[in-house]
Design a protein around this ligand. Structure first.
Ligand code: NAD
Ligand code: TYD
Length: 336
């Protein structure tokens, strides 16, 4: 099989390509990525010489670039997106360009090229927020209620993907996954930001009261979920992935990271809250469990420890990432 992976130089996309070659070494993978600030080919050094791997630099919103990458492809796995909520608040336009227009351009090209499967990687953030201390969870029938420009753009892309299924009978599947963590995550997201800040003797910035809850999933579990959807998922269907952590708030996550690095709570600093900050996310993965046999395998405690170790031993990777364009972003985002 020949896969076109969009956004394969990003956090989850690069983990997915590494996972794919480990589990399906006979397949061919074309990594199509614009190499925005979040794309980093260093993540893929271990497989870059594999004859079954090819990198193509291109923008998913560019019809010609997409059309030429689509030739000979059997399935598309679509990760490419602008992904950071805070950046979507300070500048929504690139989120609409890449996440909405880019997805439509890809869908069109995939349809014209008779691609056998288009898998769209989405987020649980399209469902909005849950109340703190409620038992409620998101599932495949939860109504969409996106509240940030990021989640609104991902919601729009989900709707387009479903529209191509209903209108053109185009073979799509969608996964809506909760927050991921693991190696190669860009240190703008809270877990790698907290780890690398402590390693740099800086504070961990916690928004508002810190009592915001995310449903943390180790990235490899997400990759395995997508693999199972590709092999066993039903065309036109959506699967919610996540459900590993039971309501651990950001403050507790920061304390755990500080502890793993031999520090106490004094490394935590409360900073101004994010506008429209979603209070809580939680995912019910029963459908993925019943239909695909998927469930999370990596516990938060153990794999947070592994992730902390990864950042400790890969200082060159994140130091380079943190010294570029990101330095300016950080100064602006966390200015007092
Ligand atoms: P990321 O920001 O680390 O990587 C995004 C990648 O997409 C980068 O390599 C970037 O260069 C590329 N890209 C961006 N715009 C592009 C464009 N116009 N054309 C081509 N390439 C482009 O993102 P991530 O965290 O790996 O997320 C990947 C996907 O998974 C996204 O669609 C995101 O919405 C979804 N998702 C992420 C999480 C999470 O916790 N990170 C959870 C659920 C779903
Ligand atoms: P983030 O990693 O940006 O993912 P998302 O917003 O997509 O869930 O943020 C995770 C949680 O951490 C979210 O509740 C916002 C919070 N947060 C902080 O408290 N401080 C920070 O510096 C960042 C980036 C996030």
């Amino acid at each position: 099989m020949r896969l076109l992976v969009t956004g394969g130089a990003g956090f989850i996309g690069s983990n997915f390509i590494l996972y794919w070659f480990k589990n399906h070494p006979e397949d061919q993978v074309v990594n199509f990525d614009a190499l925005t600030y979040a794309g980093n080919l260093e993540n893929l050094i271990s497989i870059e010489k594999n004859p079954n791997y090819r990198f193509v630099k291109g923008d998913i919103a560019n019809v010609n670039e997409v059309n030429s990458a689509m030739e000979g492809v059997d399935a598309v796995v679509h990760f490419a997106a602008e992904t950071h909520v805070d950046r979507s608040i300070s500048g929504p336009a690139p989120f609409v360009m890449s996440n909405v227009l880019g997805t439509q351009v890809l869908l069109d090209s995939a349809r014209k090229n008779n691609i056998k499967r288009f898998h769209h990687v989405s987020t649980d953030e399209v469902f909005g927020q849950l109340e703190l201390d409620s038992d409620e969870k998101f599932n495949e029938s939860t109504c969409y209620d996106p509240r940030s420009p990021y989640s609104a753009s991902k919601a729009s892309s989900d709707h387009l993907v479903r529209a191509y299924f209903h209108t053109y009978n185009f073979p799509v599947t969608i996964t809506n996954c909760s927050n991921n963590f693991g190696p190669y995550q860009f240190p703008e997201k809270i877990i790698p930001l907290a780890i690398t800040n402590v390693l740099e003797e800086k504070k961990i910035p916690i928004y508002g009261d810190g009592l915001y809850v995310r449903d943390w999933l180790y990235v490899e579990d997400h990759c395995r979920g997508i693999d199972l959807v590709l092999s066993r998922g039903k065309i036109g269907e959506t699967y919610c992935l996540g459900g590993m952590t039971e309501d651990i708030n950001n403050l507790e996550v920061a304390k755990k990271i500080a502890g793993l690095l031999g520090k106490d709570e004094t490394v935590i600093e409360f900073v101004k809250d994010r506008p429209g900050h979603d209070r809580r996310y939680a995912v019910d993965f029963s459908k993925a469990k019943n239909e695909l046999g998927w469930e999370p395998r990596h516990t938060f405690e153990e794999w947070l420890k592994t992730t902390v170790e990864w950042y400790k031993t890969n200082e060159a990777w994140w130091k380079k990432v943190k010294s570029g364009e990101y330095k300016k972003y950080y100064e602006e985002q966390y200015k007092k």
